[in-house]
Design a protein around this ligand. Structure first.
Ligand code: 4AD
Ligand code: MG
Length: 434
């Protein structure tokens, strides 16, 4: 008997004409009566296993004909490359072991509604599409880390329990801390990141962040992952250049390494190939002009809404950087442009194809007096920000950075309708189970 090697579906191409064993689950099956076609998945991929009546004993053939979807199985067989589709493999079965039979798996190959699937998210993530998305997510996260590490940024984590709001308390989740003290789940590591940048020069934080805003859109989660770089001695231009570098590097890496997943997702990759620096830059006033020309009910001076972002980002084949939002509608820590003090030195990067904002950031207010004034104007408790003000008291320098939401990035790169599929267990306004 040929020697048997245990392998994974991802590596099956290294074993053509050899006998191998795959440990996995039954995804689906059909039968012609004389041949069973088992679709098997093992976490690394999906594989067609062909079981001919004459290739196995009668009991095994019978067993395979009654296996329920998601039964845990170990299959043994010979690897064959598809004669007409090189790179496609199948396994000609010689053996089958049932590790745990499953019956009445609730997610069948037929279409199910979104709520039904979301209630069964712990099982839904086994689907081929969902595993493809989660693999792309993994690639994006690693590409982000590699990018910053190669650019000389130091990973310096920021706290999740915070004593005060970074951008106002209205969108914070309070938690009970000891002795009746109240803490909040962080909505951004930025302020601590600024302190870290003054210590280490170029830093990034990467972790979960929380937003209690009651937004029920295809772009909002209440818990999401954000990567936040921050640089000392940097201006808005440096921040935009960094954002361009990050995005092109991440998109390039996914195109390089995740073609298989993008194919499963039926992603039009030509749209991603077009993502090259430099990105167009649009002053807020120009953006407003475009929106008004398009007949949108946009109020000049106000923030861009989801629809505004969609319309703007549809005008370009690559991400667009919208700068100089009115200072009045932006966070207290943003530096006003000395040439037009009513505008902030900020940038939102909008992903193309209507995906909208994936990055928000800019240059920080580095002047002590102006920062104090802003804290008052925003009705924020100054005591809570004393440590932050210290950064302006001791060696203040121009600095800036941004935050990129991982789920929005995954949603765009995968071409999804909604961010709920970009993270294993999405947390949303009306969803905290499972
Ligand atoms: O624009 P935001 O709110 O910026 C900040 O928090 C800055 N303090 C970051 C910084 O400069 N260090 O959020 C940044 C990004 C957004 O562009 C978006 O990609 C993502 O975080 N984001 C969300 N993603 C999913 N669900 C939500 N509710 C999100 N809110 C923001
Ligand atoms: Mg923003």
């Amino acid at each position: 008997m040929a020697q048997m090697t245990q392998t994974t579906i991802a590596k099956i191409g290294e074993h053509v004409e050899q006998t191998v064993t795959i440990k996995g689950w039954l995804n689906n099956r059909r039968s012609s009566g004389k041949i069973h076609f088992l679709s098997v998945r093992d976490g690394t991929g999906f594989l067609q296993v062909v079981m001919g009546k004459k290739d196995v004993d009668e009991a095994t053939f019978q067993k395979a004909d009654h296996l329920g979807q998601e039964s845990a199985i170990i299959v043994t067989g010979t690897v064959q490359e598809h004669p007409k589709h090189p790179g496609n493999y199948e396994l000609i079965a010689s053996g089958l072991e049932v590790v745990n039979p499953a019956n009445d798996y609730p997610i069948t190959p037929k279409e199910h509604g979104v709520d039904y699937l979301m209630d069964r998210r712990h099982l839904w993530i086994r689907a081929e599409r969902q595993t493809a998305i989660l693999r792309v997510r993994h690639e994006i996260i690693n590409a982000v880390r590699d990018f910053f590490n190669n650019e000389g940024f130091i990973l310096a984590d920021t706290p999740i329990f915070t004593p005060a709001a970074c951008e106002g308390t209205t969108t914070l989740f309070p938690v009970e801390y000891f002795d009746d003290e109240k803490a909040y789940l962080t909505q951004s590591g930025q302020l601590y990141n600024e302190a870290n940048a003054m210590a280490l020069g170029k830093v990034y934080a990467f972790g979960p962040t929380f937003r209690a805003e009651k937004s029920k859109t295809r772009r909002h989660l209440t818990e999401f992952w954000m990567v936040e770089p921050e640089m000392a001695y940097a201006d808005l231009n440096d921040v935009i250049t960094l954002a361009e570098g990050l995005i092109t590097s991440v998109v390039g890496r996914v195109l390089d390494r995740r073609q298989k997943e993008l194919k499963v997702l039926e992603r039009d990759t030509s749209k991603l190939e077009a993502v090259k620096a430099p990105f167009p830059r649009l002053h807020y006033d120009e953006a407003a002009k475009i929106l008004l020309e398009k007949g949108l009910p946009f109020v000049v001076g106000g923030d861009l809404g989801g629809t505004d972002e969609t319309v703007l980002s549809e005008q370009f084949d690559r991400p667009v950087c919208v700068t100089h939002y009115p200072a009045a509608i932006k966070a207290f820590y943003m530096k006003p442009d000395p040439n037009e003090p009513d505008k902030a030195l900020c940038v939102d990067v909008l992903a193309p194809e209507g995906y909208g904002e994936i990055i928000g950031g800019g240059q920080r207010l580095d002047d002590l007096d102006l920062l104090l004034q802003r804290i008052k104007e925003h009705d924020l408790p100054q005591e809570a920000f004393e440590w932050y003000l210290d950064l302006r008291r001791f060696g203040s320098v121009p600095h800036g950075g941004f935050g990129m939401g991982i789920e929005r990035c995954v949603s765009w790169i995968c071409g999804l309708e909604h961010v709920r599929e970009t993270i294993p267990y999405p947390r949303m306004l009306y969803r905290i189970y499972p």
